[in-house]
Design a protein around this ligand. Structure first.
Ligand SMILES: C[S@@+](CC[C@H](N)C(=O)[O-])C[C@H]1O[C@@H](n2cnc3c(N)ncnc32)[C@H](O)[C@@H]1O
Length: 315
């Protein structure tokens, strides 16, 4: 009853807001812009350029509170999803990773931790097999490992938003990550990297915000080495109708309120939930990844499809 009442209130408020906000056409006429193809910014219709600007603003606004909001909105579960992505990738020392839309660095830090622990285990195995090593030899091995704990692995975080990168860099400094990590300002639709450069490309909760997904996928394909892997972690679609209704209630009723309380920003979080509903479902995204040229494209639903991991290979 109470939930029904608040849902009606929310619908009424959204309608008022939609009526009060100027339609995209009016904005275009005001600025004298040519009418480009209409796109979605959440449930609003906008031009490509307007969408890019608005998304930039969203992440500029939320950058400082991004991490704390992520934990509150997902009750910390985004950490588990990101860990699952890393286990799926299973990188070995020497892997070159490009993390696009990498924001505040969550994927990059996990990658570094993962590779370090693989390398540590490798070193321990190596020492076990050499039974008669002197103390000096063991010490030297460990010293060498200290200076190259990633075994030449590297991760490049690329994001279009200066503020998100700034927060990411501060976080890296605070947590003590520097070896093998770099930060690049760049657009997923036009990556500032050479062809055939990376072993793995990841994009976590980023592709939904990219305006031309087709271009981003083509760019992912271009910068990967032959044999390289594409991995995308993204909010997706829940097929169970009951769960889907509960999820909708939570998303539309709770997330914007949390956004307002924690980050003082209702609108950005309203966009977030709307953009999830507008994003192509699992099979559609799979077809788009195949269209970009990837092989063996597959996906795994997590938590009944709240999130999905799509994977593909450049052959
Ligand atoms: C929801 S955050 C995800 C951050 C991080 N990957 C994570 O999982 O926590 C989305 C990120 O996508 C970035 N982004 C949006 N459009 C982009 C584009 N065209 N190219 C690169 N990054 C983009 C935003 O700046 C933002 O940092």
């Amino acid at each position: 009853m109470a939930a029904g009442l608040s849902l009606s209130l929310w619908l009424w408020r959204s309608r008022c807001r939609a009526l009060l906000s100027r339609p995209a056409g009016a904005v275009r006429a005001h600025r004298g812009l040519a009418a480009g193809p209409e796109m979605h910014f959440g449930f609003q219709s906008v031009t490509e350029e307007e969408r890019r600007e608005k998304i930039y603003q969203v992440f500029e606004n939320v950058a400082k509170k991004y991490d704390v909001m992520n934990d509150s909105m997902t009750l910390g579960i985004h950490r588990v999803w990101k860990d699952i992505l890393m286990h799926k990738m299973n990188p070995c020392p020497g892997t070159l990773l490009l993390d696009v839309a990498g924001g505040t660095g969550d994927i990059a830090f996990r990658f570094i931790n993962y590779v370090r622990s693989v390398r540590q285990r490798q070193l321990q195995r190596k020492l076990k097999h050499h039974q008669n090593l002197s103390w000096q030899e063991i010490f030297d091995s460990y010293q060498k490992d200290q200076f190259n704990s990633l075994g030449d692995s590297q991760v490049v975080v690329c994001d279009i938003n200066r503020e998100m990168l700034k927060v990411g860099k501060q976080k890296a400094q605070h947590l003590g990550y520097s070896e093998g990590l770099s930060w690049v300002l760049g657009n997923a639709e036009e990556l500032p990297f050479d062809d055939d450069k990376f072993d793995v490309y990841t994009i976590a909760f980023g592709i939904r915000n990219v305006t031309r997904i087709d271009l981003a996928l083509q760019e992912a394909y271009r910068v990967l080495k032959p044999g390289g892997r594409f991995l995308c972690l993204e909010f997706s679609h829940v097929s169970n109708p009951l769960l889907s209704r509960l999820y909708d209630l939570y998303s539309f009723q709770v997330i914007p309120v949390l956004g307002e309380v924690i980050a003082g920003d209702w609108r950005s979080y309203q966009y977030l939930v709307e953009s999830i509903r507008q994003f192509p479902p699992q099979e559609e995204l799979k077809a788009m990844i195949e269209d970009a040229g990837f092989f063996k494209v597959d996906y795994e639903n997590l938590n009944f499809g709240i999130v999905a991991i799509h994977s593909g290979f450049k052959l």
